[in-house]
Design a protein around this ligand. Structure first.
Ligand code: CAA
Length: 389
């Protein structure tokens, strides 16, 4: 009998501040309908000067360690595309902040927004090799485009931590996967830039091509039919993209593309991303969190996952929701992470957007802004300094 391996627990974190799209529209003169309806976004999380992918990742992961301990965790994989160092894995700082044992392997993964799905699949492989072990997978990103660019409205920040092991309490990950790679320049961030570069329309087209490619491969690998899925979680750079993607998939498969059918399939998956914004690697798993937290009983139902990372790599795979999953959800904590954010006005957001750690090698403390459990206290001799509250 094949092992049941998947997501045993899942926890999310997001930034200290929130900018409503009404404030962005008031600044740039856009019709608010473009944001609320056209791209399907209401607000975006904004990180404090003393937050980054490490503090978000540690905040997301700490509740998993508190509930399950760390005895079985021998690997931590942190996926990000807003990396803070070209050599040292951000997960090593997280390992220290959340108190994991030294007998742990830690590594960072990158392929744009797809990285966390690679991490999840690699984790399944590690657990299959030794079912006694668990893998801590963390997706953590801060999405930042140039001020006053079209991408600005699709920024956000969040982390999702997932504990992967045998006999999961939430979602069993199934074989096969459909995979797809195409060398395209739709979105990228050269090492010398803090903000991403994007060809917006090209990126939407590349995403839709990847939907077709992964589904074709998934079908050829003997995957499930469309009708076997109760819901679909998509990578959501903006929530309208999930609607475009699912409509494209239905059309590709020769199915009716009635908007109500599309909305029914996406269900509750857009609720968190709509108010958090793009969190790159974490976005797909925020869609899963929103679905599990809000849908009526999903026991035994199949969920389709479409992971897309610009550049581009994509994967379609299925998960099955496990009986009793509702007893293990963190719905209240997830809602609290979102509602606890402090609203900033446009000027405050702009100042945070422009904030950079000095690169002169001196000693610099960061302003104490976050109220979260971990903070980036400063930088000294080019070394980032983290503290626990
Ligand atoms: N009321 C209702 N709808 C309105 C409206 C109004 N007043 N005004 C405009 N709209 C609609 C438009 O008709 C359009 O709808 P469709 O897409 O259905 O045609 C939508 O709002 C957006 O309008 P525009 O296309 O004119 O918007 P834009 O060109 O200024 O920017 C964007 C849109 C290209 C997505 C831009 O936000 C962007 O570059 N974002 C970053 C890139 C991105 O997210 N790409 C997604 C795929 S890549 C990926 O998934 C990886 C990743 O995470 C980055």
């Amino acid at each position: 009998m094949s092992l049941s391996i998947g997501i045993h627990d899942l926890s999310l974190a997001t930034g200290e501040f929130v900018l409503p799209h009404t404030a962005l529209a008031a600044h740039n003169g856009a019709d608010i309908g473009k944001y609320h309806v056209g791209i399907g976004q209401e607000s975006m999380s904004v990180t404090a000067a003393d937050e980054d992918i490490v503090t978000l990742a540690a905040t997301a992961a700490a509740p998993l360690i508190a509930r399950h301990g760390s005895d079985r965790i021998r690997t931590l994989i942190l996926a990000t595309e807003s990396s803070i160092d070209q050599a040292k894995a951000a997960g090593v700082y997280v390992h220290s902040l959340i108190g994991l044992p030294s007998a742990t392997r830690v590594v960072e993964l990158k392929q744009a927004c797809y990285g966390a799905t690679a991490a999840l699949q690699f984790a399944v492989g590690l657990v299959r090799r030794d079912p006694a072990q668990q893998v801590l997978v963390i997706a953590s990103d801060v999405s930042r485009y140039d001020l006053d660019s079209p991408g600005e409205a699709t920024q956000g920040a969040a982390a999702v931590a997932m504990l992967v092991g045998v006999n999961p309490a939430l979602v069993r990950i199934e074989d096969p996967s459909g995979v797809f790679t195409a060398d395209v320049m739709d979105f990228w961030r050269p090492n010398y830039r803090d903000t991403a570069l994007v060809d917006g329309q090209e990126s939407v087209g590349a995403y839709l091509q990847a939907v077709e490619g992964t589904w074709k491969d998934y079908t050829e690998q003997g995957g499930r039919t469309l009708e076997e899925f109760a819901a679909f979680c998509y990578h959501q750079p903006f929530t309208k993209m999930a609607h475009k993607a699912h409509r494209h998939l239905l059309n590709y498969c020769g199915r009716d593309t009635d908007p109500t059918a599309v909305t029914a399939a996406l269900g509750h998956t857009t609720a968190y991303n709509r108010v958090i914004g793009n969190s790159y690697t974490a976005s797909l798993y925020l869609a899963l969190a929103a679905l599990l937290d809000q849908a009526d009983d999903l026991t035994g139902q199949n969920i389709g996952f479409l992971s897309y990372g610009s550049g581009s790599v994509a994967e379609f795979f299925a998960g099955t929701v496990v009986a009793g999953y509702q007893d293990h959800l963190r719905t209240a904590a997830h809602r609290e992470a979102i509602t606890r954010r402090t609203e900033v006005d446009y000027a405050g957001y702009r100042a945070l957007h422009e904030h950079r750690l000095p690169a002169d090698g001196g000693d610099h403390a960061t302003p104490a802004q976050t109220t979260g459990p971990y903070r980036l206290a400063g930088i000294s001799g080019h070394k980032r300094l983290y503290t626990t509250r």
